[in-house]
Design a protein around this ligand. Sequence first.
Ligand code: ZN
Length: 309
Amino acid sequence: MHSDWLIGIDLGGTKTEVILLDRHSKEHFRKRVITPAGDYRATLETIGLLVRETEAQVGVTGLPVGVGIPGSVSGITGRVKNGNSTWLNGQPMQDDLCRLLQRSVTLTNDANCLALSEATDGAGKDYGMVFAVILGTGCGAGISVNDRVLSGPNGVAGEWGHNPLAWTSQSELAARPCFCGRHGCNETFLSGTGLSLTYQRLTGQQLPALDIASNARNGDPDAAEVMAHYLEHLARGLAAVINVLDPDVIVLGGGMSNVKQLYEGLPEKLPQYVFGGECQTPVVRAEHGDSSGVRGAAWLGRPLRWPAF
Ligand SMILES: [Zn+2]
């Protein structure tokens, strides 16, 4: 019975969610609590309590646990790095959770969880290599190959959000400082925050990203111009990925993934930047929406012998 259940935890900056999945992808329990932001020990304890409460639902212990975190796990030191939830950075979180829960625990970046979730039983399930992007407040990405997360020896595979936007002038890049200390990162153009910045520079006004997209659809000329720029930027960012990885599918998640114009515009724009001038890579919207993070975390513990969906 044990091996038929998986526990996933999505640790966010404000909320922490747990899910219990069975091998057929059916959800049996889910709960969301406030993340004790700023307090590492309390964060570990919160995860411990959620795992125990979940196991109590089915009367078993020792289930596989996967955890998605807003950061990456260094392949060199095993410690958390690059997280905007800075109280996790530098902590040996995987080791601490293994000790606390008395079992092996798999920890990975939340964008990797999106990739794994969509590759396993979502919009990428019919494809071998899935490049999944979170276009939200920030911009992150993850890679799944044959339903396994590709993380790499440094633990940074997919961290494309902090490459400079390709085919973009030095002056445009320099005008976009990023929290990471560099300038012109993909995140500064492609996140919802980046879109709002483009709009503010054109109009002098602040507007949430999704409002800009809907105003553009309703015929507002400024919003339409800004969305045209955004589409151009996104095509550059994704074409640079295609030129390196050539994934079988690109899955978009996060708030901006709900913007229909992206799926209409990208097929025409991508070939302008992909080497050779042709591109038929499908770009699709994540199927599991906000649940992708927690579902992907659960799939981290999926035994190899389980058949694919
Ligand atoms: Zn950056």
